[in-house]
Design a protein around this ligand. Structure first.
Ligand SMILES: [Cu+2]
Length: 161
């Protein structure tokens, strides 16, 4: 028996109606996964871009601060810059009872209240500090009497615009 045009149309409608939701669901799913992918990647890129700069310093056993590649250690940072310090500490010749447990300290007198006063231990000391908001010259000093050379144990901190 020949299928009438009406019947054909009817059958087509039915097939389409059955097929459409699946396609829609599939399309929907791929948009969701694309969205999830973007939602995961974008924040991680953002976080990566926000990582603070790392500055490596040694607070050495001869009671000096050292920065690799610099004869006279100077640290230059931007105003309000967030810096991650990695300070390797080596015990000097004396321990200061005034600073129990600290082989040296990493101190900027004017910035003590902003966290720039860190007790250094033997080995790796990692800490994050925020540079002051205004340009200027500061001195990073050791406040723990660590033996010969302690009085000169310091390094320049330059804050630029
Ligand atoms: Cu010292």
């Amino acid at each position: 028996m020949m299928e009438t045009r009406k019947a054909q149309t009817e059958r087509f409608k039915q097939e389409t109606m059955v097929a459409t939701p699946n396609v829609r669901r599939y399309r929907h799913a791929s948009w969701v996964s694309l969205f999830l992918l973007v939602a995961i990647i974008v924040p991680s890129l953002y976080t990566f871009a926000q990582q603070p700069r790392v500055i490596q310093i040694t607070a050495d056993k001869d009671n000096t601060f050292k920065v690799a590649g610099q004869k006279v250690p100077v640290i230059t940072v931007k105003a309000n810059e967030v810096i991650k310090f990695r300070v390797t500490g080596h015990k000097g010749t004396e321990m200061d009872p005034q600073h129990p447990g600290c082989i040296h300290t990493f101190t900027v007198k004017e910035l003590k209240d902003q966290g720039w006063d860190v007790c250094l231990k033997e080995g790796m000391n990692e800490f994050v500090l925020v540079a002051p908001g205004k340009p200027g010259e500061f001195k990073i000093e050791c406040m723990a009497k660590c033996g010969k050379g302690h009085d000169d144990m310091g390094m320049k901190l330059t804050v630029t615009e």
